[in-house]
Design a protein around this ligand. Structure first.
Ligand code: GUN
Length: 298
């Protein structure tokens, strides 16, 4: 069967182009949007993500700053950096790259970020607003998935969406978003995970399958219904001695064997990843708009 490739780079370029006008308006009012990214320690993947976020800001002319703390920094030091960024009127978006070192309390840290600057939308206040269908910011990866589906004309209304994975960053929020009323939603949502009985039968019910379980090539062809739409959210490092880095990135889906069964499939890398960054840029622009409005700049 022939399948469509859902390309995240194209969608991300569209989202980014749509931000230009809003950025122009903000600049016209003397507002120069700024994103602050805080990271702690030396997680190699986090370094890559933080650099990508900075580059995306550069491309749009958004100011960005990075605050890097050593792995043995205390939680108090981190909270004090966040307090400084919260109180800085020239900083509009603040995020703390996860994971944090084990001696830090992730929940306490996330809750310290001003919810009006919380461009990751991880603060419980923003999670709650999203859940009740009145979001301020939407989390970037789930928002990127939803935009990919919308822009690829994937029908969701009344259809079976199965989310594989239950993380706070992807599984739980995308499930909540796809069950809301409205465009790019109205789906019948099932959340499956590592403890789900008869997992392959559950995923095989999906008209739209979102794979976010964090296990390389976990979704095999027998787990996918003929004609389904599959979105691969996984980015797993697997050893590859033939590559210069010694590893390569693979998704949660066994792409080569699954693709022929699908109506459309979004690969990883190259699918959701670029959309995530674009949605973070969108949230940063929104945070600057919120700040401008609160100062009566209109
Ligand atoms: N670690 C993995 N994904 C994310 C993300 O979207 N935001 C932050 N801050 N950390 C992450």
């Amino acid at each position: 069967m022939s399948y469509r490739l859902i390309n995240g780079k194209e969608g991300a370029a569209q989202v980014t182009a749509e931000l230009e006008g809003r950025l122009g308006e903000l600049r016209g009012k003397g507002v120069n949007p700024c994103l602050a990214v805080v990271m702690v320690g030396d997680d190699p993947a986090s370094h890559v993500y933080v650099r990508m976020k900075g580059k995306a800001c550069d491309r749009l002319g958004i100011r960005s700053l990075t605050r890097a703390l050593p792995a043995d920094a205390s939680e108090e030091e981190l909270l004090s950096v966040l307090d400084g960024l919260n109180g800085d009127p020239d900083v509009h978006g603040v995020l703390c790259q996860l994971p944090l070192p084990p001696h830090m309390d992730e929940r306490r840290v996330v809750e310290r970020i001003d919810s009006l600057k919380d461009v990751d939308a991880f603060h419980p206040l923003n999670v709650g607003r999203m859940l009740i269908g009145d979001p301020l910011f939407l989390p970037a990866t789930p928002a990127g998935i939803q935009q990919l589906l919308l822009r690829s004309d994937v029908a969701l209304e009344g259809r079976e969406a199965v989310v594989l994975g239950r993380s706070n960053i992807v599984g739980k929020p995308i499930a909540a978003m796809l069950m809301q009323k409205g465009a790019g939603a109205d789906a019948t949502v099932t959340v499956a995970h590592s403890r789900t009985a008869g997992l392959a039968q559950v995923t095989a019910r999906a008209d739209v399958l979102i794979a976010a379980i964090g296990k390389p090539r976990f979704v095999t062809a027998d787990m996918v219904k003929e004609g389904a739409v599959v979105i691969d959210v996984g980015t797993n490092r697997v050893d590859d001695p033939s590559s210069e880095k010694g590893y390569r990135l693979v998704g949660d889906v066994d792409f080569e064997n699954v693709k022929h069964k699908t109506e459309a499939i979004s690969p990883s890398p190259g699918g959701v990843g670029p959309m995530t960054i674009a949605m973070l840029m969108q949230n940063t622009v929104k945070a600057a708009e919120i700040a401008a409005a609160s100062k009566g700049i209109s």
